[in-house]
Design a protein around this ligand. Structure first.
Ligand SMILES: Cc1cc2nc3c(=O)[nH]c(=O)nc-3n(C[C@H](O)[C@H](O)[C@H](O)COP(=O)(O)OP(=O)(O)OC[C@H]3O[C@@H](n4cnc5c(N)ncnc54)[C@H](O)[C@@H]3O)c2cc1C
Length: 458
């Protein structure tokens, strides 16, 4: 498996979230990259920004002096997956845990599910306590099952997780048949589950984390790709960028799909995978109110997700049915310049086809961020992990180098507390086990040596 190329620079179809860039989008705190820092964080997405937030927070709460922190970002602030995702912060109480129970046992499944639920609460608390304006909304997620086979499989999973007393199941409601169609509002749904979830404006959240960090003295350098990282004999780590080098005591890779361009041991472990998302606007307002967020599950691997916004517009992502049969179009692919014309036809008319009451809404695809114009280069790239677990913790064999990446298209309900764990490993020298991050997420040599590739298998 080849290493990932570094993040691509170039024109792009920008996402709905990035329509009005923040004043820090192209920010450089100083004219040059500083010569020496304590901590260098590579990547200014949700993972990088959260790591810096927690480092500052721990230092503040312990009355410690703030370390000198530098954030290096190849492109604009929050221009990667975080600035282009669905904004769904949806802990998965059932689908992922039932797969994990089969592969890793019920204890691991319960631990991972609890971690996701804790992340939702932690983000909610942070946003409310600090008055972060990111349109955070606490809601119910509804997963609608569109065939009897999918519905029966989920029902069996729900039973199994309940029998095993997996705690998050106390928040799950299951409905079948006509009840499911009424509860979900999805035409033809054979069954559905509902559970607590949130949605937010991911770009606003991340830019506010970055803004607060800059106010606290952190140096952010956008449009500064890191080219290489090398340990020196004097205890420093030299980080070489397109604009000069910096010596750091500690390095954090919050580099998502592009990790293996800097850490070759992650080639084939964190794999760039393409995603697709759209913004749907109803012509007739007010459009029928949708009280929940949704996953419309057509089959085991084919689903769409949908987040109604408070202004009646919809964020709709997925469309796997139109490109997942063509492996090269989505797997190990960081250049989204190829057209996915079919994406538009999938999203156009989706609300009318799928949701009761939306037939006359006039809903249309007002934005589709997959590079649907010729010559566009799209950055809609997720970092899928070969064993479907994030890679978190110290990089084996690399002193004072940490990674928080590989969230497999499901980072929003995992990153905030994963980053908190990384921050305590750096500042308090905390042991991985004490951080509360699921043990199976720890980076180990055996995970890096494994030949397993669950992405293609699944
Ligand atoms: C279309 C789409 C929809 C999604 N929907 C959801 C969703 O609804 N819910 C959910 O939970 N997850 C979703 N995801 C996944 C989610 O967006 C990611 O898990 C999460 O944003 C990852 O955050 P991150 O900070 O790790 O990565 P990113 O936001 O990608 O940040 C990594 C940053 O590192 C920078 N970088 C990389 N290499 C270098 C280098 N060498 N030098 C300098 N900078 C570098 C990149 O430019 C990038 O800005 C979606 C993803 C996509 C693409």
């Amino acid at each position: 498996m080849h290493q990932s190329p570094p993040p691509i620079q170039g024109p792009t179809t920008d996402s709905f979230w990035r329509s009005s860039p923040h004043s820090l989008d192209d920010h450089r705190t100083s004219q040059d990259v500083p010569p020496e820092v304590d901590i260098c964080v590579i990547g200014a997405g949700f993972a990088g920004a959260s790591t810096v937030h927690h480092i500052l927070d721990i230092c503040k709460s312990q009355g410690q002096p703030r370390p000198r922190i530098l954030i290096l970002e190849a492109r604009q602030a929050c221009s990667g997956a975080t600035g282009r995702n669905g904004g769904h912060i949806k802990p998965d109480p059932c689908h992922r845990p039932s797969s994990l129970a089969a592969t890793h046992g019920i204890k691991v499944a319960a631990e991972c599910a609890a971690f996701e639920a804790q992340n939702l609460s932690a983000v909610k608390k942070f946003v409310e306590d600090e008055g972060i304006d990111c349109e955070f909304t606490l809601t119910r997620a509804v997963d609608a099952f569109m065939s009897d086979a999918v519905c029966d499989k989920v029902m069996a999973s729900v039973d199994m997780l309940r029998r095993n007393h997996v705690p998050v199941m106390s928040d799950v409601h299951f409905a079948k048949g006509s009840d499911a169609e009424v509860l979900s509002g999805v035409k033809g749904a054979k069954g559905c589950i509902s559970y607590s979830a949130g949605h937010l404006f991911p770009y606003k959240l991340t830019l506010q984390l970055l803004s607060r960090a800059i106010d606290a003295g952190v140096n952010l350098q956008t449009h500064t790709p890191v080219i290489s990282v090398a340990a020196d004999t004097d205890g420093f780590i030299t980080v070489t960028t397109s604009r000069g080098s910096v010596k750091a005591r500690t390095v954090v890779y919050a580099t998502n799909a592009y990790t293996s361009s800097l850490l070759p041991e992650f080639a084939g472990k964190i794999i760039p995978v393409r995603g697709m998302c759209s913004h749907i606007s109803p012509t007739k307002k007010p459009a029928p109110h949708l009280p929940s967020t949704y996953i419309i599950r057509w089959s085991d691997s084919n689903y769409d997700y949908l987040i109604p916004r408070l202004d009646s517009s919809i964020i709709l992502g997925g469309a796997r049915s139109i490109f997942y049969h063509d492996l090269d179009s989505w797997y190990n692919n960081v250049d989204d310049g190829q057209l996915i014309e079919a994406g538009k036809s999938h999203f156009d008319g989706y609300m009318q086809r799928v949701f009761s009451g939306w037939e006359d809404s006039g809903a249309y695809t007002s934005k589709l961020w997959t590079g649907n114009k010729a010559n566009d280069i799209d950055w809609t790239v997720m970092g899928y992990s070969s064993d479907l677990m994030p890679f978190i913790g110290a990089v084996p064999g690399k002193k004072q180098q940490f990674i928080v990446a590989g969230f497999t298209g499901h980072g929003m309900p995992q990153i905030f507390l994963a980053a908190k764990g990384i921050a305590s490993m750096i500042i308090d020298n905390a042991d991985f086990k004490s951080t509360g991050i699921p043990t199976v997420y720890q980076v180990t040599c055996s995970r890096l040596d494994s030949k397993q590739n669950s992405v293609v298998q699944s």
